[in-house]
Design a protein around this ligand. Structure first.
Ligand SMILES: [Zn+2]
Ligand SMILES: [Zn+2]
Ligand SMILES: [Zn+2]
Ligand SMILES: [Zn+2]
Ligand SMILES: [Zn+2]
Length: 313
């Protein structure tokens, strides 16, 4: 594992994301000062602009905050934008936006298997991958068999996919928030696309992912979208399957630190419960048995356990 600081090159942010949350200076964010203070005031959530040094780490470091941050700056900025636009219904919007990642995180805490989509040098995940997350082959993670941390083939009949590779399946995951507002937008029909204009399902699932559409000479899937969390291309990311121990050793967040916005209580609450001021869901996760690794039986995950000891790299 590299000890890299995330991306050194941090591109200028996409204009459409930053209608400048006004006056977002401040120690409003310092979570310490808010612990145990369930005031539902909402401007306390707006992240400040990351400083130069913070941008180099592609992370948001709330002022006065000392615990190791794991939130990619831009995802936090998306939230500030969403907040500016939907102030009253902010909590439920955030929850909806992060529903898949919340489910993925809770599954990971329960099973001890963490599945993350990120660039290999990062110390955090751009997307927490869950059973309903889509693979480049067009099938869900649930339709893949977790043989080992490096062997996760698709089990759908006639699918050639040998290794699950997360691909964004929602326009929000690539920052295209406006699409959902279009009157005829059909979320189930949306597919991430290549620069050749054909989508991932129209590319070969094995080899270099050349395009299968006749007449198209595209030799390899070349994403026409950027990651909403880090602004890098799909090709620069990988999907990692890791145990809690492997993440611990690699310095990656695990346990409750893996929850979306773990270090920002209000956002974390919004993701967990739809209400910034309500930390009951969080308390339920972290208390009880006293260990967040033992959440008890929950709904969805029917994934086989990952055999121990296989190092992903
Ligand atoms: Zn498949
Ligand atoms: Zn697949
Ligand atoms: Zn292509
Ligand atoms: Zn093509
Ligand atoms: Zn990314």
């Amino acid at each position: 594992m590299s000890t890299g600081q995330g991306s050194g090159k941090h591109k200028a942010k996409k204009d459409h994301f930053i209608p400048q949350a006004a006056g977002n200076q401040s120690n409003q964010m310092a979570p310490g000062s808010r612990a145990g203070n369930p005031s539902g005031t909402s401007q306390a959530l707006v992240p400040h602009q990351p400083s130069q040094a913070q941008q180099e780490q592609t992370m948001l470091v709330p002022k006065g905050y000392t615990v190791k941050p794991i939130v990619p700056a831009e995802k936090a900025e998306l939230i500030s934008v969403a907040k500016a636009m939907h102030r009253e219904e902010f909590g439920s919007r955030v929850k909806e936006l992060f529903d898949p990642e919340r489910e993925a995180a809770l599954d990971a805490l329960q099973t001890g298997i963490y599945i993350g989509y990120r660039c290999p040098e990062y110390k955090w995940d751009c997307i927490r991958v869950g059973v309903k997350s889509k693979c480049f082959c067009g099938h869900l993670l649930a339709e893949h068999e977790l043989c080992s941390s490096v062997r996760v083939p698709c089990v759908v009949m006639d699918c050639q996919c040998k290794a699950y590779a997360f691909i964004p399946a929602r326009p929000e995951d690539v920052g295209e928030f406006w699409l959902r507002k279009r009157r005829n937008f059909d979320p189930s029909a949306w597919r991430a696309k290549c620069r050749c204009k054909h989508n991932h399902e129209e590319h070969n699932v094995v080899g270099n992912h050349n395009c299968k559409i006749s007449g198209c000479s595209c030799p390899a899937f070349d994403s026409n979208f950027l990651c909403a969390a880090c602004d890098k291309h799909w090709e620069q990311h990988q999907t990692f399957f890791e145990t809690e121990t492997q993440r611990k050793e690699a310095g990656l967040p695990y346990g409750e630190a893996y929850l979306p916005f773990a270090e920002m209580p209000n956002l974390r609450n919004a993701v967990l419960s739809g209400n910034e001021a309500d930390d009951s869901a969080y308390q339920a996760i972290t208390s009880g048995t006293g260990s967040y690794s033992h959440l008890g039986p929950s709904s969805s995950s029917a994934r086989p356990a990952l055999p121990p000891a296989t190092k992903p790299r």
